[in-house]
Ligand binder design. Structure first.
Ligand code: DGY
Length: 311
């Protein structure tokens, strides 16, 4: 029997699976993440940690958990975990890969359609008395057929977005690590981000990248807020350097109430819900449970995190 600390209550039957595998499971209660102190106390005598993207797992935390033998993140992204520190201490890390591809690609399309057709502004206008008549020139959006969609990142979610965007008649191109990003941005009508957040991609979309985009272009972000320099994005939206943005992710999350991102023009924001379907969240829990059960039995995790850059 191993002791497992789970950083939040989870949908689905992940906790039951861990218990059925014979483990003693402690679940952090409440709807907010554990504080640093609570997380440190939670892992102090734990063999396994089921972490969320809101939990920072670094060398200091790992050093406060001398028995820890496995970390399973309830996310495909693992920028909240210092993978090198875990590798140095021999602690395997797992991610919820594969299972959230469809849900995240679906939400990307929802944001893309909403941004292209002014859904958020239109909804506010309809409710707040600004819908006076059918306006031949009102709420004009972007025709998708023939528009150029640039997908940044060649992984599973980007591919799934391409699969969904194809029937809309979008002209799709991908760009990755070795391509000329600014040249690709200059051609695109819609840019959607699907690369992980790491040292190479932090602020990939900065002042210069935004300046390279068309003034009519839209930016969609369902990966991590840190891939975009949010100050630069706010400036670009205010100046009309680009036409709009739709964000599932921000930096930080959530933005504080007085963050200027809320007042940026043509900026739709939703609260990091890319994977938020009941089916996907249950599957993510199962994936994390399977990673812990395997690692605690001394077996390889079914869906390990990528190797740290230096490994
Ligand atoms: C992930 O898994 O990285 C997602 O952002 C969670 O929705």
């Amino acid at each position: 029997m191993a002791k497992i600390f789970v950083a939040r209550a989870l949908p689905g039957d992940a906790i039951e699976r861990l218990r059925a595998a014979g483990h003693e499971v402690t679940v952090h209660g409440g709807s907010m993440p554990p504080t640093r102190e609570e997380l440190t106390a939670g892992v102090a005598d734990a063999d396994g940690l089921l972490s969320l993207l809101t939990d920072r797992v670094d060398g200091e935390l790992l050093d406060s958990a001398p028995q820890l033998r496995a970390v399973a993140n309830l996310a495909v992204g693992c920028d909240n975990i210092d993978l090198a520190a875990a590798a140095e201490r021999g602690v395997p890390v797992g991610v919820a890969a594969h299972v959230l591809t469809d849900a995240t690609a679906d939400l990307t399309m929802a944001l893309l359609l909403a941004a292209a057709r002014n859904i958020s502004q239109g909804e506010r206008d309809a409710r707040e008395g600004r819908w006076k008549t059918w306006e031949p020139e009102g709420w004009l959006g972007l025709e998708l057929r023939g528009a150029k969609l640039l997908i940044i990142g060649r992984g599973r979610i980007g591919q799934a977005v391409a699969e969904r965007a194809t029937p809309f008649g979008l002209q799709i191109s991908f760009t990755g690590r070795d391509d000329d990003l600014h040249a690709a941005l200059a051609e695109a009508d819609i840019v959607t981000l699907h690369c992980p957040l790491n040292e190479q991609t932090r602020h990939l979309i900065d002042d210069a990248a935004l300046a390279a985009m068309k003034p009519t272009a839209l930016l969609i972000n369902t990966t991590r807020g840190g891939v975009v320099d949010q100050t630069a994005l706010i400036k670009a939206l205010q100046a009309g350097t680009i036409a709009g943005a739709a964000l599932d992710v921000t930096d930080p999350e959530p933005p504080p109430a007085d963050d200027p991102i809320y007042d940026a023009p043509n900026c739709l924001i939703v609260p990091h819900i890319g994977s938020a379907t009941a089916t996907t969240r249950a599957a993510m829990g199962n994936c994390a449970a399977d990673n812990l059960i395997a690692a605690l039995a001394g077996e390889p995790m079914p869906t390990p995190a990528p190797a740290p850059p230096s490994a």
